[in-house]
Each structure stands twice: as C-alpha cells, then as structure tokens.
Design a binder for this molecule. Structure first.
Ligand code: IPE
Ligand code: IPE
Ligand code: MG
Length: 253
C-alpha cells in the first residue's frame, strides 16, 4: 500500500493484527445526558461493522479490550450491565461470525464470570472454531499483568515437575506462553477517547506495536477512524531498535 509522495514516507503492508482499547463510552453517554449504560450499548454496536471492515482490509486478527481486570471496581449495576451485554453479544454474533468464517476467542480470567456467561463463551468459541477468514479476540476480565503471571506460573509448574530448567526460560519461551502467541504480532494498538495509557492491556505483546491515539469516543469510532489509524500506521518507520530499512528482521528472528 503506497501512501503519500514524499521520499521520507515509509510505504508498507497494512497491519496484520490490530488491538483496540475501546474507551469513552461513559463520556459519550454523559455528553448526551445519559447514563454510562447507554454508552456501553452504543459501543457494542460498533463492533460488528468493525469486524467486517477489518476483514475487508485484510487484517488477520482484531483484539478488542472489552473489560479489564480492574473494571470490577465499577458500580455493581454497571458491571452487571456490561456482563449482560457481553452475554447477548456472544449469543447473537457467534452464528454470524461462523457464517463469515471469523474465529472468535476470549482471553482473560473466566473464573469470575457466571457459569451462564462461561458457557456462552465456550459455545461461541466452539461454533466459530473452524473459521479461516479472520480472528476476533475479546479481552474480558483481562489484564496484561495477569497474562504474564499466568505464563510465569505455568513455566514454574513445569520447572517444579522437573520438565524444564530455569535456564531454558527465555524471551521466546515466555512469548509462547502469553495470550495471542499463535496470532501475528500486534502491529497497531489503537486507543479511543483521547487517553494515552495502556491501562494494563497487552503489556508483553505490545513491546513493538505502533500506538495510535484518537480523540473519538468509542461509540463514534467508525470506518473513517479505522482508515485514519491504518494510514498513520503505514507512515511509521518500524525500526525494532535497529536502523531504518532493516525491517526489524533481527528483532523478529
Ligand atoms: C470503556 O468505556 C468501556 C469499559 C471500560 C468497559 P468507559 O466506560 O471507560 O468510558 P469513559 O472512559 O468513562 O468515558
Ligand atoms: C480500559 O479503559 C479498559 C477498557 C477499555 C476495557 P478504562 O476506562 O477502564 O481505563 P482507565 O481507568 O481510564 O485507565
Ligand atoms: Mg474509560
């Protein structure tokens, strides 16, 4: 994809994996004199079109931050509403995703969800399991710190069982044990609503992601915003600690 004309502009392939911190539902609702629940409902509506838009643009994986490890601190009514929106989203969208060939998975802790929601997650994952046209990952009760701890714990168990030595644990090993390991690296990490922080999202996996911040509130995030983010990405020079032009081959080797 060629973008722009000036010699210093880098032309590159589009992102293979996009991750999004879907933020700003509460402020969107407040601007309209509505409760946060109205913002969350409007926010969920953006997801369907976004999945199709990513597919059309050749994006292989889309990871959405829907509920963080820390979001349990919200008022109980809001948490309840978010859980019920998640449940109905899964029930409604799994069949559509199967038809579109999109594989769905959910990353994060599951033990704090109700048995009913856990079953809906498992069913949605099973129904879409043979999708080959793209991946949708929903991060729910997810925290980047939890992810790294879970990986470390599994490795510790292997050491305790005598199946590996501490010396065998390298960056590559840990990379295989955190979530999303089987997908392309996250090329582009977008956060809506103007906040410029990671809020405990993919800490490990974003080591060399390109960050893109937009002031748009999540319920206003549409195809135009997506294209602006992809266009910005295409102008970035990803050096991976090396020199311009080496394509970061060393970092990815
Ligand atoms: C993001 O919207 C959705 C979740 C965190 C679940 P917010 O509810 O955080 O929206 P703001 O940040 O209050 O505007
Ligand atoms: C991050 O947004 C989590 C999600 C979008 C799911 P928050 O609104 O929870 O983050 P902070 O509190 O502004 O850092
Ligand atoms: Mg927020």
């Amino acid at each position: 994809m060629a973008v722009g004309g000036s010699p210093e502009e880098v032309t590159r392939e589009g992102p293979r994996h996009i991750a999004i911190i879907m933020d700003g539902n509460g402020r969107w609702a407040a601007q309209r004199g509505l409760p946060p629940s109205a913002g969350h409902k409007a926010g969920v509506e953006r997801i369907r079109d976004l999945v199709s838009a990513c597919k059309e643009r050749g994006v292989e994986a889309l990871t959405l931050f829907a509920f963080s490890s820390e979001n349990w601190q919200r008022p109980p009514k809001e948490v309840e509403l978010l859980m019920s929106l998640f449940y109905s989203y899964l029930r409604k969208e799994a069949v559509r995703m199967k038809e579109e060939g999109v594989r769905l998975r959910v990353i994060g802790r599951r033990d704090r969800f109700s048995p009913r929601l856990r079953r809906a997650i498992e069913e949605a994952e099973t129904v879409t399991a043979d999708g080959t046209q793209g991946n949708l990952v929903i991060a729910a009760d997810y925290g980047g710190q939890w992810d790294i701890v879970a990986a470390a714990r599994r490795l510790a168990e292997e050491v305790a069982a005598g199946n590996r030595t501490p010396d065998s644990i390298t960056e590559q090993t840990l990379a295989e044990y955190v979530q999303l390991a089987d997908l392309p690296p996250v090329d582009l990490l977008i956060r809506s609503s103007g906040e410029q922080r990671i809020s405990n999202f993919i800490l490990w996996q974003a080591a060399y992601s390109e960050f893109y911040f937009t002031d748009a509130l999540w319920p206003d995030f549409g195809e135009g915003e997506l294209d602006a983010a992809i266009a910005a990405y295409s102008r970035r020079d990803r050096r991976y600690g090396g020199r311009s032009g080496d394509g970061g081959l060393k970092a990815q080797a």
